[in-house]
Write a protein that binds this ligand. Sequence first.
Ligand SMILES: Nc1ncnc2c1ncn2[C@@H]1O[C@H](COP(=O)(O)OP(=O)(O)OP(=O)(O)O)[C@@H](O)[C@H]1O
Ligand SMILES: [Mg+2]
Length: 233
Amino acid sequence: MLEANAIVAGYGAAEQILKGASLNVQAGELVTIIGPNGAGKSTLLKTIAGLVPAKEGKITLAGQDVTAQSALERAKSGFAFVMQERNVFGMLQVKDNLELAYSGPRRGFASARDAMMDRYPVLAQRRHQLARTFSGGQRQILAMAMALLTKPKILLLDEPTAGLSPKATNELFDAIIALRNEGMPILMVEQHALEALQISSRGYVLVAGKDAATGTGAELAADPEIRRLFLGG
Ligand SMILES: Nc1ncnc2c1ncn2[C@@H]1O[C@H](COP(=O)(O)OP(=O)(O)OP(=O)(O)O)[C@@H](O)[C@H]1O
Ligand SMILES: [Mg+2]
């Protein structure tokens, strides 16, 4: 589905952040990237989404080479990226956020929106509220709904539970599990590393801009070295 091969990328003239990182996501997989602060996890998602240019390496989605595509072209090719912050339009009503995100044919919007509101009832209940009045968890649900309205081939999630209460974190994990169970390919970065690995098909440990380890979610979660370094013992 998604393949990122030997990616080198960074910001401006400074030292590269990604130093040959590789990963893949197969059809129907939920894949989690974990790793220390500053390892380049967000940079890797941004490079995959086309927001940071890859200086070296190759990115393909469903067999199509997208390495030379802009972020907009990649969105059209099937990437949906839910950034960690500023992922909704706070000054707009919930329903208008959904309308802005929708990219299909005009006549299909109402049914796509209604299906999304059925999936996430909070969006229907609060359709006229400004998005900035939402709690962190509600905002992440809205951001995910906006991403899904683009009918993506893969969903990229950068720390979807950052800053959320334990209850909101569990609810968001449930929403992610539901998408996984429907076969939506997902690549996410998560600080709740152990919980994330437990619901993932596979995981990658990114250290200093390189994929340092990989395995099934269960393998990584059980690995003593990874537990000690990244999962709090
Ligand atoms: N826009 C930017 N311009 C310059 N340097 C940046 C920029 N964004 C990130 N960096 C640097 O790139 C490195 C990797 O950052 P990145 O955000 O990818 O790490 P991360 O693994 O997502 O960390 P965290 O766990 O804290 O989210 C850091 O040293 C950071 O300071
Ligand atoms: Mg990050």
